[in-house]
Ligand binder design. Structure first.
Ligand SMILES: [Fe+2]
Length: 259
């Protein structure tokens, strides 16, 4: 039986399902992680108690081996029963992103941090002509939220929303403007104007990895098809979480890439 598809998002259970992202109309494959293991519970305890802290880090262009070397150093003080499976899990995600589109090198963003209201619904971008499939994994706490492609009125509506929200987000730290801006921001988050009335906001299941379409940065803000990118947001509050973002860093072989 084929895995279920929910308006542009496929719910898969095996790595072979990621390849279905190449199918027309799909913007994400959510890969279930199976039964929750003890190491994930131990990891969650450590992150929430801030016994494991990874400051927000961007590795602009790494191979899975480069990342493994970096992560081994960062996790040197973490018990092996947690660090071992975590290293394997994160490196496997990098490898899948590299394998999907022969990306060769990826950009990795990783951190332990409590969610904030800074970013709302958005799409992630890649450099010009880079492959577009990346991944996000949230190891503990509230998961990523997303909307079904069919529920989006259109990208012009979405980018108008995003532009206004980004401006308001900046206003919330300006003295004298914070309170008004925050009130409007809350209303925008509660009722996103780019969605059909009554549309649901979906949540990625716990212990899942999402492989999803990014948009070439040159097409960001353009009225491209909704299913060309996955519209998602982080939760707005909660305890610290460990989050891993992976996206292709360079053009695929045969493409001239960035100059
Ligand atoms: Fe994102």
């Amino acid at each position: 039986m084929s895995p279920p598809v929910e308006s542009g998002v496929l719910h898969g259970s095996k790595v072979d399902d990621i390849a279905q992202l190449a199918a027309r109309g799909l913007c994400a494959v959510i890969l279930a992680g199976g039964d929750r293991s003890t190491w994930l519970d131990d990891l969650a305890d450590m992150v929430v108690a801030e016994r494991l802290v990874i400051p927000r880090t961007t590795l602009p262009s790494v191979t899975p081996d480069d990342f493994m070397a970096w992560a081994c150093t960062v996790l040197a003080g973490t018990p092996t029963a947690v660090a071992g499976p975590l290293l394997d899990d994160m490196t496997e995600i990098l490898t899948q992103v590299v394998d999907q589109e022969r990306a060769r090198r990826v950009m990795v963003r990783v951190f332990t941090e409590a969610p904030t209201r800074r970013c709302g619904f958005h799409v992630d971008t890649v450099p010009p002509q880079a492959p577009t499939i990346g991944a996000v994994r949230v190891y503990n706490g509230p998961t990523t939220q997303y909307v079904a492609s069919d529920d989006v009125l259109g990208m012009a509506d979405f980018y108008a929303y995003l532009s206004r929200r980004e401006r308001l987000s900046r206003e919330t730290v300006r003295p004298g403007h914070a309170e008004t801006a925050l009130t409007e921001l809350l209303a925008m988050d509660e009722n996103p104007s780019f969605l059909r009335p009554g549309a649901a906001i979906h949540h990625v299941p716990p212990n899942a990895t999402v492989y999803f379409r990014h948009i070439d940065v040159r097409r960001h803000w353009s009225p491209h098809p909704v299913s060309d990118a996955w519209i998602h947001r982080s939760p707005m509050s909660g305890k610290p979480r460990l989050v891993l973002n992976v996206s292709p860093a360079l053009a695929a072989p045969g493409h001239p890439g960035r100059r």
